[in-house]
Design a binder for this molecule. Sequence first.
Ligand SMILES: [Zn+2]
Length: 239
Amino acid sequence: MKKRKVCVLLILIVAVVLAVGWMRTDPEVRCTSARAIAENIAGQGMICLVEQSMEHPKAALTFDDGPDARYTSVLLDGLRARNIKASFFLLGEKIEQNPDLVRRMQEEGHLVGNHTYHHVQLDKLSDAKAREEILKTNNLIYETTGIYPQYMRPPFGAWKKNLELRVEMMPVFWTIDTLDWKVQNTEQIIKTVEETVKDGAIILMHDEYKTTVEAALKVADSLKEKGYELVTVDELIMP
Ligand SMILES: [Zn+2]
């Protein structure tokens, strides 16, 4: 075999061995070892590229059924103190009762989405009624924040076929249902998230319970410690 062919073969073998090792390593170690390799073989430019490509796992905290006059501001304070952005899917009737909280969500960088006006099950309504529930809430969000929403969470996860085309909105579901409204137990909510969280998780909660707000902030701290970046849902759906 010619020298050149042997060389190419050797490079390929090394690449495969490195790739397999890479895949078996956990993300934290992977990040450190990639940086070490870059430091050995290249300069600052490659180190920057490596750092950019070392993405953290991401998760989104999402809150339905608000804004709540008692607990949403406590949650917003906690999120602001941690510099975390969350996603809120709001009920039209509650927007009318708490417009200042909606403005605050918008001003502090959270995603403001739609959860229908009356918390209705959309697939049980006529097309016209379903559209009305969504558009009335969109208009309220627009009048309150100046931004027309693009995302909505259908109550009960029930969506009508092709409704997204008629209202030009993206329905957002979830990957982790904390059942926070049912258990109303801080430790139980945290346990559910910690046992099931993975990259790309969309965590469903409701900011109308004290236990949920406590759990959400503790979950935020523990996910950050685990290396997660907490983002709004649009960043997971359209990165
Ligand atoms: Zn709901």
